[in-house]
Ligand binder design. Sequence first.
Ligand SMILES: [Zn+2]
Length: 319
Amino acid sequence: MRIVLLGAPGSGKGTQSKLLIEKYKIPQISTGDLLRAAVAAGSDLGRKAKAAMDAGQLVSDDVVLGMIQERLSKPDARAGFILDGFPRNIPQAQALDAMLARLSQPLQLALLVDVDTEVLMKRITGRRTCSNAACGAIYNIYFSAPKSQGKCDKCGSNLAHRSDDNENTVRSRLQVYEQQTAPLVSYYKAQGKLRTVRGTGSVNEIFKNVTDIIEVQMRPLAAAMSAAQAAAAKSAPPKPVKPAKKPAAAKPAAKPAAKPAAKKSAAKKPAAKKPAAKKPVPKKKPAPKPKKKAVKKAAPKKAKKPAKKRPAPKAKKKK
Ligand SMILES: [Zn+2]
């Protein structure tokens, strides 16, 4: 399964991604990790990325896409992948689609973990971490407050508040996310690939909803497709196999398998080229034989010619 994860900072999509990796045994592809690994390994793409970063520039989309493509060629990505942190804008999404199309591995799902902005604010600004590095317990003053304010329940150390977790910083981070992501949401919605899961409730509840989306919407679609392929193979010439693949990327309207199958085979029948070949070519050929003047009426006259030869001279003489 090939998934792009969309979600704001604090939406919990990272947690959901980890659970998906465990359940479906597919890798998460994070562009940040890929960049670090490529730079460390000193690959061609890594050197290009490093040159850009050293010059204080953004790493180009081409380099990032190249790294993603390399990553997809590894064996553990055969069953699919979860993309996190990429794409971040429409041109990247389009370039990604083009690259995946070349690999015949189109995205199947863009999963948006949706959380109200005010909840995100509380999740991030309310975060408190135990200052004792050996403990590292995490609290939230709104959702999971320590028993005594500012002190760790486990070790009694002071709780720390990250300076970049203050309200203004977080709000502008969320605004940037909103501006980047809204167009992507529309983009994938238009492709029929967007599914939204509410990111509130317990981690397990959210994950249940995530897997429901995958099981209910993606699996039956795959089943419908293979049923359609089987039906098409029976009812029509062997061509249908390839076209049947495209709907994988399309809307998971996943109703009963039989209906899509029927539609597809019905749609393919008219495409058969037989009628074109049947055009009445043979009828025209006999016509040209007669002499120039009598093209149209030739056929009947021809037959009569032998008979006409005798009377013809008589008629001329009478006139
Ligand atoms: Zn502690």
